[in-house]
Design a protein around this ligand. Structure first.
Ligand code: SF4
Ligand code: SF4
Length: 382
């Protein structure tokens, strides 16, 4: 397993983590067998938004005797009312639901208390001005949640939330399709065919800014909907008209700035294995540039996607990483210590570029790599 720091929380999480969408009301025996397998493979990061008692009890059974092995991201503001799941900011519902979650999990704290699913201005206002965020801050002070997170699909809201300084972890929907779309309060637009009917160019600037902001603020991102609800895995359903493999989807997400882990929604061990395959995949198997290049209506041009397709460089420069750290500095207009130390840790630096041009001839997105290497050498001094 590969582990990454979850932003600045100090938590170390498995890049391949487990979402709960397909475990809702699962048969206990089946669920436990998948969990045991996940643990055996090194998975230590779990997301739990489901409010129904059966699912919560199943997680409690899976954690029994090994709570400390896991980083638990439990959602606050997700309640079970009249046998139905309800997203709520009403503390008379949210508080007992939080207590119920801890009781059923058999723990007295959550590593991440994830404010459940906020995509709209009105909802964010209610969270921040109606006492919900204050309650989360109290829980943090009491140690009942160790870190505060927010789950969202809307970059505009996520940026606002991160800028408050209270959000330490962001659960966000990331994949190459959604990354082309502007922020919107209507989640349906992310997968509506109409949204992809015209021409789309490059990643949406707000989404790019969000990832860079999270990286610069030490906010760890864990990803939901990495496969676009499965659409990206199908040639017919993918808006690009080309299918990604699960490994390519995961690699796309794991090469965005600030991304620490993918919450993989799996039904069974076979689907978990498809995600775990990212760990042992070759660079060629991970490379997603072939799917995103040569498209008719969608272009990614002149902007580095960090795909790594331009490798190998004869002097060993990791072009994708150098470009990523350069872009993070350019976006912030400064050279933060974190970016500098990441850059310095690279085996080879932009200043070593001999201008052979091999990388540029391989880049499917027309990135001016040699110019970027020069800029990186100027910015970082090597
Ligand atoms: S320079 Fe081009 S090929 Fe290289 S990582 Fe960036 S987008 Fe990919
Ligand atoms: S142009 Fe520079 S970065 Fe690109 S392959 Fe040649 S030496 Fe490496």
């Amino acid at each position: 397993m590969e582990y990454r720091k979850l932003g600045a929380t100090g938590l170390s999480v498995s890049t391949i983590a487990l979402g709960c969408a397909y475990f809702e009301k699962a048969e206990r025996e089946h669920f436990l067998s998948v969990m045991d397998y996940a643990v055996e493979k090194g998975v230590n990061f779990l997301d739990l938004y489901c409010a129904d008692p059966v699912t919560r009890d199943n997680y409690g059974a899976a954690l029994k005797g090994r709570r400390e092995k896991f980083v638990i991201q439990g959602h606050v503001g997700s309640a079970w009312v009249d046998e139905q799941y309800l997203r709520t900011r009403d503390l008379t519902l949210a508080k007992p639901s939080f207590e119920d979650l801890l009781t059923r999990l058999g723990t007295d704290y959550l590593d991440v208390g994830m404010i459940h699913y906020c995509d709209s201005e009105a909802d964010w206002k209610e969270i921040t001005e109606g006492g919900f965020l204050d309650w989360c801050l109290e829980l943090k002070k009491e140690g009942r949640i160790r870190h505060i997170g927010l789950s969202s699909h809307n970059p505009d809201i996520a940026i606002k939330a991160v800028e408050t300084g209270h959000i330490e972890v962001l659960m966000f929907s990331v994949n190459p399709c959604y990354d082309m779309q502007p922020g919107d309060e209507d989640l349906e637009k992310l997968w509506a065919a109409d949204s992809y009917a015209g021409e789309l160019h490059n990643q949406n600037a707000d989404r790019k800014r969000l990832y860079e902001l999270c990286e610069s603020r030490g906010v760890g991102i864990d990803v939901m909907k990495a496969y676009g609800g499965g659409d990206l895995l199908s040639e017919e359903l993918s808006p690009f008209g080309k299918a990604f493999t699960p490994v390519q989807c995961l690699h796309y997400c794991l090469t965005r700035p600030a991304v620490s882990a993918i919450m993989c929604g799996v039904k069974d061990i076979a689907q978990l294995d498809e995600a775990l395959a990212w760990l042992t995949a070759t660079e060629e198997q991970r490379d997603y540039s072939g799917v995103l290049s040569g498209l008719d209506r969608f272009t990614f041009s002149g902007h580095c996607l960090y795909c790594g397709h331009c490798a190998p460089c004869p002097v060993g420069i990791d072009v994708a990483s150098v470009t990523k750290y350069l872009n993070l500095c350019l976006a912030q207009g400064t050279v933060p210590t974190t970016e500098r130390s990441h850059y310095e840790l690279l085996a080879h630096h932009g200043g070593e570029c001999i201008g052979c041009g091999a990388c540029e001839s391989r880049c499917p997105f027309g990135v001016s790599i040699m110019e970027n290497m020069k800029k990186a050498a100027e910015v970082f001094g090597k």
